[in-house]
Design a protein around this ligand. Structure first.
Ligand code: C2O
Ligand code: CU
Length: 462
């Protein structure tokens, strides 16, 4: 209880009376709140204690935010964490000032403070939100949620629409989140790989369905660093969108790989029979694990529905000529078992050992931290190609902010629109996009220990 003196009490009564007679204005305080705070979640089975987490509105995952294409999303973010934070709306082709990158597009939101996010949603699809300050710790503690933008028309006809946020936690023996977020061994290797996988914060996620139920499954990899290799059992269907963006034609669903931050929208039919279970299976080194179960009770319809058409395309700009496009090259170096000897940091050359003391173990183009100059200065509307060369012994999931890109394949064949692309060790990937969104935009590895460890650069679109 807080004691209130008589004087304060009078003051607040008067203030309330005065406020009642004033017109109301749209202020940050009146926007719906999104509150980052501590909480607890039942991540592990019942014989374990609940896990203390950090979550949006205190939950894992945070609230699923849903809106229609063309609408605005307005959220007053309130930070009740013991650390400064921010919210990044991953995959939204957003206005720069709302992109939520602490230190680039806004100052970090200090504990006890609020920040108003208010932005348009140009594209339908499956997106998500997460912090962009000390991200490797804050996401590992549970800060993330889904942002679903519904199609205005042409939404597929499904019986069920399920969002499945797939996460990888490193838990202690008593099911608490293991500390050691700054572990340089993790940073120089594959990142913070966990020991407990959840779907929507549940280690045994399950949803009852009927035979021949048609579902849209929206998969999101919210792990810090784990790459998921997924297959369906007892479900048959198609991949209809990647990273929010519809494919030109649905692709038959087979093995599906999702790097951290990648999404896939599936349309699947339950083909498992009554009394059986359908599964989503994650393949790890030691075998497959059912991470989501769909027990089958009843029959939705006697025969399967016919194959779905493509989702309606989003209003993404048309690419200009590849020949005259602006070009940049990004050489990715460092990490364990790599050949990097040192890199530039804070304007001077440093050896690997000194870099590691400063928490940097990776570099882009010989630079181990965000330089003052962008990788590329693009004119507004210019078509841009970036050749990314993975000169490391590790895979990386490279993410571009504010735009979706396509991979330029052999013979100039273009891949699907994505915002995050998985690059294998030693691989070179060239991407192309129209720089139509003004501002400063990050390009980084979404394995969060890698970006914190130096795999971060930015582009300017002016
Ligand atoms: Cu999902 Cu730079 O972020
Ligand atoms: Cu990486």
């Amino acid at each position: 209880m807080t004691r209130i003196t008589r004087r304060q009490f009078h003051g607040s009564v008067l203030a309330a009376a005065a406020a009642a007679t004033l017109p109301t204005f749209a202020r940050a305080k009146t926007a719906p709140l999104l509150n980052a705070r501590e909480g607890s979640a039942r991540l592990a089975p019942a014989e374990y204690p609940e896990t203390r987490i950090w979550g949006y509105d205190g939950t894992v995952p945070g609230p699923a935010l849903r809106a229609r294409q063309g609408e605005r999303m307005t959220k007053s973010f309130r930070n009740d964490l013991p650390q400064a934070s921010s919210v990044h709306w991953h995959g939204i082709r957003i206005e720069n000032g709302m992109d939520g990158v602490a230190g680039l597009t806004q100052p970090a939101v200090e504990p006890g403070e609020e920040f108003l996010y208010d932005f348009a949603l140009p594209d339908a699809g499956t997106y998500w939100y997460h912090p962009h300050n000390l991200t490797y710790e804050q996401m590992a503690r549970g800060l993330y949620g889904a942002l679903i933008v519904e199609e205005n028309e042409g939404a597929p006809d499904v019986d069920l629409d399920e969002v499945l946020l797939i996460d990888d936690w490193r838990l202690t023996d008593d099911a608490q989140i293991a500390e050691g977020f700054g572990n340089m061994h993790d940073w120089a290797h594959g990142g913070r790989i966990g020991n407990w996988i959840t779907v929507n914060g549940n280690g045994r996620w399950s949803r009852e369905v009927a035979h021949h139920t048609r579902m849209r499954l929206r998969l999101v990899n919210t792990a810090n660093a784990r790459i998921f290799t997924l297959e369906a059992r007892g479900l048959q269907g198609w991949v209809v969108a990647l990273d929010g963006m519809p494919l030109e034609a649905p692709q038959p669903l087979g093995e599906l790989t999702l790097s951290p931050a990648q999404r896939a929208d599936l349309i699947v039919d339950v083909v498992a029979g009554i009394g059986e279970e359908a599964f989503l299976v994650s393949f790890e080194r030691d075998g497959g694990y059912a991470i989501a179960a769909f027990p089958v009770a009843g029959v939705a319809r006697q025969t399967r529905l016919s194959a779905p058409g493509a989702l309606p395309p989003n209003p993404v700009p048309v690419l200009g000529s590849l020949e005259t496009a602006a070009r940049a090259e990004l050489r990715m170096e460092g990490g364990a078992m790599g050949s990097m000897r040192g890199a530039m940091m804070g304007g001077r050359m440093m050896g690997m050992r000194d870099m590691a003391v400063e928490g940097k173990v990776w570099a882009f183009n010989g630079m181990a931290d965000m330089g003052d100059t962008p990788l590329l200065d693009a004119r507004l509307g210019e078509t841009v190609r970036i050749a990314m060369i993975n000169d490391t012994a590790w895979p990386h999931g490279m993410h571009l902010h504010g735009h979706h890109f396509r991979r330029i394949g052999v013979g100039g064949r273009l891949g699907p629109l994505r915002d995050t692309i998985l690059m294998n060790r030693g691989e070179t990937v060239e991407i192309v996009f129209v720089a139509d969104n003004p501002g400063d935009w990050l390009l980084h590895c979404h394995m969060l220990e890698h970006s914190a460890g130096g795999m971060m650069t930015w582009l300017r679109v002016a």
